[in-house]
Each structure stands twice: as structure tokens, then as C-alpha cells.
Design a protein around this ligand. Structure first.
Ligand SMILES: [Zn+2]
Length: 108
């Protein structure tokens, strides 16, 4: 094996290692998301149909750590009252929960 080919091989191995790390983090992420997702309790039969202000998809009501939030079934947007948002934010400003909420709020 020529020297430059060895270098290439080394680079490839580095990429493989990095990919493994990514997979590992993604896996941990999934477990964390799953754990947190379990805290989301869907409220069935709220009696009213609320539509997303953004895309007019149907909003589903969830409770999360004592707060109520509406999540759009179409765009994944989360809507909540101002007071509720502040309450949730004060709980999640630190730690992985904040990052998770960002992801939850992002379009999947
Ligand atoms: Zn929407």
C-alpha cells in the first residue's frame, strides 16, 4: 500500500469513527426523546376542534409537566398560552429538555 493510500485509509477510518459517534448520540437522543415523549399526554376529546394558526392543520392537545399545549398534527408547531410558555421555559431553560422542545417544535 502506497503511503498516500494509507493516509486515505486513515481518513476513511476517522470518518467511520465519527459516524459511529453520531449514531451513538442519535441513539441516546432517541432514548431521551422517548423518555420525554412519554411525559406528553395526549388529551382525547377536548370537545373543540382548534386549527393551527400557521397551516390550519388540526391541533392536538397535550399535557406536559402540568402544562397544556396544543401541537399541530400537520406542521408540528406547538401553541400555548403566554403564561404556559413562560412556565415551561422556566423549567427547561437548562438541560436537554430545552433542546428537545426545540426539536419537537421543529418540523419533522
Ligand atoms: Zn400547523
Amino acid at each position: 500500500m502506497a503511503a498516500n493510500e494509507k493516509d486515505k485509509f486513515g481518513e476513511t477510518m476517522k470518518l467511520v469513527e465519527r459516524a459511529k459517534e453520531d449514531i451513538y448520540f442519535a441513539q441516546r437522543d432517541r432514548e431521551l426523546m422517548e423518555k420525554l415523549r412519554n411525559q406528553l399526554k395526549k388529551v382525547e376529546d377536548t370537545g373543540t376542534e382548534i386549527h393551527c394558526p400557521k397551516c390550519h392543520g388540526l391541533l392536538e392537545t397535550y399535557t406536559f409537566q402540568g402544562f397544556t399545549l396544543d401541537r399541530c398534527s400537520d406542521c408540528g408547531g406547538i401553541w400555548m398560552d403566554k403564561g404556559e410558555l413562560e412556565g415551561v421555559l422556566s423549567k427547561v431553560t437548562r438541560g436537554p429538555l430545552g433542546a428537545w422542545l426545540d426539536k419537537l417544535a421543529a418540523k419533522e
